[in-house]
Design a protein around this ligand. Structure first.
Ligand code: LR7
Ligand code: MN
Length: 587
């Protein structure tokens, strides 16, 4: 089953994350670190300028020790540009890629305080903040993080935040192995920073959820801000997050996540028209923001989006509210699932998940994890997802288990405390969440039928390659094949389950049956208002009409290639056009 597991940050979903126009934004001054001046904005008082100067001095010292040079070897990556690896370093950089699953040499060639573009629109820049924003404790957990990426994470926080709001930075080393620099070098670097930095070190691997819980426990700030360990904060990233939490203590606020290329560290603006959802296998996914959300915001892209889910890595939350709403599920291990769990929980129990389009933080997206998953990748993620399903999904459990029969078999462990939490908070059910917060979901909410669609001899519409491989290529195909028994071969039978929705789509996850006159039916991304994706079933004649062409769904018997076509409807009894909807997997 591991081949089906797709990590959220795989490259295929990245393209949908990028903004169309990457050329806007003023570049911070590209000058040597020592002389770099930061514009004095509101909130950026002398305390902040001093912090920036001091941080720059430390960075210089760090580089001198590292490379014997006053400044980095050359000005790589300035303005967020990509690093060009010198020919003599290319082989080494490729060889060392696996250490972190990103090009650490490219990162090493850049200044820790390399400049990037200001990502904010003029509308965002016009926002005003009160001076009494809540403070924050920044929690960064890491397992085997790269040196320069981690130090750049810290540097970017300090040089791009109004320092008076940073109560402290709490770092949790989740039992990294064979990385000496995460000990003394990190201690020395952080000791000199102009904000208090606490470093906790786990003796045993706790995984990211329990590590974050451990970090949050010692936090004293008004809010908590969680960050991954390989990020770059862009100018103004923090103010917007803090202000939303000040206005609404139940808001969980995420920045737009910009993309730092894993190979050359080029910094690319994330789209403000992308939000968080999830697919049938409970993988977090980016999807386009629907029109209704544009209407709700009056087209103002400097206002926060109400997002169904969050990516998980980067967000600010009121510290007390974090605990009220149930923090993290301590039964979850290593990586995965906690992002959806928190999203469902926050929405179902009265909070809100926001993405603030004025706040941008860059993140190094990797195609694979560089570290081990104690217990096995599949097992761990399934265990976490099973807990999520058992606690939050109500009757949608049955659907998920039909789609992922493997998940039904794994152990969730004891979830009674999480169920008690849900009870205590009087949370709404999952149906409410889907209907009100995520009506665009690919899960079945408004449907005529969920299950196999077959012809008279037991042949079923069957899908292949729907979720793609780890590398992200997805060449979904549709065939007509022998119907499979869900008890005998549940895993393969899952690919014969489709939704026939009230809108008239026939869909599998986010893929829709798309037809046109006299041609083979294709699987395409479902798109609102695409008439070629609308079907009309007649329970009496058993015909499945393709509305747009006024033709019928037909088994291609002549070619005998296992394909289904849209073709002229035949009067009377024609077995190739008679379709039966098998018993639904949910009601
Ligand atoms: O055992 C572990 N212990 C850790 O401390 C495993 C991981 N970690 C740390 C790790 O070093 C990193 O700092 O946890 C952090 C997240 O792990 P990554 O960066 O290896 O994975 P990721 O970027 O794919 O993680 C995304 O999904 C995770 C699901 O559990 C978390 O929610 C991450 O926070 C999340 N990251 C983001 O949302 C950033 C944007 C990427 C996307 C989409
Ligand atoms: Mn990450």
């Amino acid at each position: 089953c591991t081949k089906e597991i797709i990590l959220p940050c795989q490259s295929s979903s990245l393209s949908s994350l990028l903004a169309n126009n990457n050329n806007s934004g003023i570049i911070e001054p590209i000058i040597p670190i020592r002389r770099r001046k930061y514009p004095n904005r509101t909130l950026y008082n002398s305390q902040t300028s001093n912090a920036i100067t001091k941080t720059s001095r430390i960075i210089n010292k760090w580089w001198e020790n590292q490379s014997g040079a006053t400044n980095p070897p050359s000005w790589h990556g300035e303005g967020g540009r990509a690093v060009v690896i010198p020919a003599e370093l290319q082989e080494q950089s490729k060889k060392r890629f696996i250490e972190n699953q990103f090009n650490i040499l490219a990162s090493d060639l850049m200044a820790l305080n390399r400049s990037i573009k200001d990502q904010r629109s003029s509308k965002c820049l016009a926002h005003k903040f009160p001076s009494d924003l809540p403070t924050t404790s920044i929690v960064i957990v890491f397992h085997n993080e790269g040196n320069s990426t981690l130090l750049r994470t810290l540097t970017s926080i300090i040089i791009r935040s109004p320092i008076q709001y940073i109560h402290e930075i709490i770092m949790v080393d989740d039992a990294s192995i064979n990385r000496e620099y995460l000990k003394d070098t990190l201690d020395a670097f952080t000791k000199e920073l102009p904000v208090p930095v606490h470093i906790l070190r786990n003796n045993d691997r706790l995984g990211l959820m329990k590590s974050r819980l451990r970090g949050a426990e010692i936090a004293k700030g008004d809010t908590l801000t969680f960050l991954d360990a390989h990020i770059e904060c862009s100018p103004g990233w923090l103010e917007y997050l803090l202000y939303e939490v000040k206005k609404d203590r139940t808001a969980v606020v995420c920045p737009i996540i910009d993309v730092i290329n894993d190979n050359d560290f080029g910094y690319y603006t994330g789209s403000d028209m992308t939000w968080g959802g999830f697919n049938w296998r409970l993988n977090f996914r980016w999807y386009p923001v629907p029109q209704r959300e544009e209407v709700r915001r009056n087209g103002d892209h400097s206002l926060p989006l109400l997002s169904p889910t969050m990516a998980g890595g980067l967000f600010t939350i009121n510290r007390e509210y974090f605990y009220e709403i149930g923090a993290y599920d301590p039964g979850m291990e290593v990586w995965g699932g906690e992002n959806l769990e928190m999203s469902f929980r926050v929405w179902q129990c009265g909070g809100r998940v926001l993405i603030h389009p004025c706040s941008h933080v860059g993140h190094v997206f990797r195609k694979q994890t560089p570290y081990t998953f104690p217990g096995g990748t599949g097992t761990v993620i399934f265990h976490n997802n099973k807990r999520l399903v058992e606690v939050w999904l109500d009757k949608y459990k049955d659907f998920i288990y039909a789609i992922m029969p493997e998940l039904k078999r794994v152990q969730a462990g004891d979830v009674s405390e999480r169920l008690a939490l849900r009870d205590r908070l009087k949370c709404k059910d999952f149906q409410w969440y889907l209907e009100n917060i995520y009506p665009e979901t690919s899960l079945p909410i408004n449907f005529h039928h969920v299950g196999a669609i077959r012809t008279e001899p037991m042949s079923c519409l069957t899908l292949h390659n729907v979720f793609g491989s780890q590398k992200g290529n997805r060449t979904a195909t549709l065939n007509i094949e022998t119907c499979l028994d869900r008890t005998e071969s549940p895993i393969n039978a899952a690919y014969q389950i489709v939704i026939y929705s009230k809108k008239g789509e026939i869909r599998f996850d986010d893929l829709c049956f798309e037809g046109s006159v006299n041609s083979v039916v294709k699987l395409q991304k479902c798109t609102e208002g695409n008439q070629k994706q609308i079907w009309n079933y007649n329970n009496e004649t058993k015909l499945m009409k393709h509305v747009n062409s006024n033709q019928c769904l037909t088994v291609d018997e002549k070619k005998d290639n296992g394909k289904v076509n849209v073709g002229p409807c035949v009067e009377g009894n024609h077995a190739q056009q008679r379709w039966y909807l098998e018993r639904s997997v949910i009601t």
